[in-house]
Design a protein around this ligand. Structure first.
Ligand code: SF4
Length: 382
C-alpha cells in the first residue's frame, strides 16, 4: 500500500482578518450545510480511486476556521473519512482551530473522540492591541483559555501559529509574543512572516498610508532571527523556514508537502498531487457545489509535471527545510548526482554565503534563509 495525505478545506470564518487572502468567507453561513453535503460526496467519489492502493497517512483539516462550524460537522466529516478510506492506525490527524470558534473543553473532547489528535491554534499575537488591529476575533485571554481547554481535553500535540512583520509592530512586542507562546509549552510553533497580499484590506491600508514595503524588510528579518534564536534556545528545533518543533513533533503532514509526497485535497480550492500531476478545485462556492452535484468533482485544472518541473519542485521545497536538498534522495528520484548537475548553481550560492554543504545535502545558511526566494530562483529554468 502507498501512503497518501488528505487535506480537507473548511472555508468559513467568523470574520475576515485584514491580511487574509485564503479562500474563506465570513458571510456565507447558509452555505455550511450544502458545503458539507458536497464535501462528503466528494470524499466518497475518491473511494475507488484511493482504496485500491493507498492508505491515508496524515489528515489535515484546514481553513478557514474548522471549529467555526458546529462540532457535529467535523464529527460527521471524520465518520465519512473513516468509513470511506483506509486510514493508518497511527495517522496524524490535525485540525486548525481559532479561539473564537468552538473551543470549550467539551468541544475539544468531541474533536478528540472523533479522531483529531493534533491541533493547530491561531494566536498570531499576544498583544490585544495588535490582535484588534489585524482583525482577529479573539483576545490573548481567550486564546489562553482555548489552549488550556485543549490540554485538559487531552490534546498533547498542539501547534500555535504566530505572525510577524506588520508595519507598526515593534520587535519588543513580537518578542513578548514568542516568549508567551514558549511559556504555553506547546509542542510546535509556526512563525510566519506577513505576506502582503493584494486585494486585502491590509494591502489597501499600506497603499493609503504610503507605507514603503521594502523599508519594512529590515525589521521583519530582525524579528525572524530573534524568534529563531529564542525558539532554538527553548528546545524548539527549526525544521523548515517557518516551523519549529520539540523533538518528535514535526508536522508529518506538512513534511509530506515539502518532501513532494502524494496528497489529495478535498473541498473548495483544495490542491492535490498524485501520479506526478498537480490539480486543484475551483475557488467559487457555486461552481464547487454544482460540480460535485453533477460530476462528483470540482477540479478546475490539472498539470502533469515533466521531469524538469518535478526536479524544480523537489529542490525548491527541499530548500525550505533545514536539512536542505538531500543528495541520496535526489539521486533516488532523478537518477543523477545533484552536485554534477547543479555544480554552478551550488557554487554560486555557496560563494554568496547563501548555502552550505553537508556530507549528504545542500542547505540554506541563516543568511540564505533571508534570501530564500533568490536562492530558489537559481533552480527555476523559466
Ligand atoms: S481566521 Fe484564518 S482563514 Fe479566517 S480570516 Fe483569519 S487568517 Fe483568514
Amino acid at each position: 500500500m502507498r501512503k497518501i495525505s488528505l487535506y480537507i478545506h473548511i472555508p468559513f470564518c467568523k470574520k475576515k482578518c485584514i491580511y487574509c487572502d485564503f479562500v474563506s468567507f465570513d458571510d456565507s453561513d447558509e452555505d455550511i450545510e450544502p458545503y458539507f453535503s458536497a464535501l462528503f460526496e466528494e470524499i466518497r467519489a475518491y473511494k475507488t480511486i484511493l482504496n485500491a492502493e493507498y492508505i491515508i497517512d496524515t489528515i489535515f483539516i484546514g481553513g478557514g476556521t474548522p471549529n467555526y462550524v458546529e462540532v457535529r460537522y467535523i464529527e460527521e466529516l471524520m465518520g465519512v473519512i473513516f468509513s470511506t478510506f483506509d486510514v493508518d492506525k497511527d495517522a496524524e490527524i490535525s485540525m486548525e482551530a481559532n479561539p473564537c470558534g468552538h473551543s470549550s473543553r467539551e468541544d475539544f473532547e468531541r474533536y478528540r473522540k472523533c479522531g483529531v489528535n493534533r491541533l493547530s491554534i491561531g494566536l498570531q499575537s499576544a498583544s490585544d492591541d495588535m490582535l484588534r488591529q489585524i482583525g482577529r476575533q479573539h483576545t490573548k485571554a481567550e486564546f489562553d483559555e482555548a489552549f488550556k481547554n485543549a490540554r485538559s481535553a487531552g490534546f498533547d500535540n498542539i501547534n500555535v501559529d504566530i505572525i510577524f512583520g506588520f508595519y507598526n509592530q515593534d520587535v519588543l512586542e513580537f518578542e513578548n509574543t514568542v516568549q508567551y507562546v514558549i511559556g504555553t509549552g506547546c509542542e510546535h510553533i509556526s512563525c510566519y512572516s506577513l505576506k502582503l497580499e493584494e486585494e486585502t484590506p491590509l494591502y489597501d491600508l499600506y497603499m493609503d498610508e504610503g507605507i514603503d514595503i521594502e523599508s519594512e524588510d529590515f525589521e521583519d528579518r530582525m524579528m525572524y532571527h530573534t524568534s529563531c534564536g529564542m525558539l532554538e534556545a527553548n528546545g524548539y528545533v527549526q525544521y523548515e523556514l517557518s516551523n519549529f518543533a520539540k523533538k518528535g513533533y514535526a508536522c508529518r503532514h506538512n513534511l509530506n508537502y515539502w518532501d513532494i509526497k502524494e496528497y489529495i485535497g478535498l473541498g473548495l480550492a483544495a490542491h492535490s498531487y498524485k501520479d506526478k500531476a498537480r490539480f486543484f478545485n475551483t475557488s467559487y462556492m457555486d461552481e464547487y457545489l454544482q460540480g460535485i452535484e453533477t460530476n462528483g468533482s470540482a477540479i478546475e485544472d490539472i498539470e502533469q509535471l515533466d521531469k524538469e518541473k518535478q526536479e524544480e519542485e523537489f529542490i525548491i521545497m527541499a530548500l525550505r527545510k533545514t536539512e536542505g536538498v538531500r543528495f541520496d534522495e535526489y539521486k533516488k528520484r532523478f537518477g543523477e548526482k545533484f552536485l554534477d548537475k547543479y555544480k554552478d548553481e551550488t557554487n554560486y550560492l555557496i560563494e554568496a554565503g547563501l548555502a552550505a554543504l553537508s556530507k549528504n545535502s545542500m542547505y540554506l545558511t541563516d543568511e540564505g534563509k533571508d534570501f530564500a526566494n533568490i536562492a530558489m530562483m537559481e533552480f527555476i529554468s523559466n
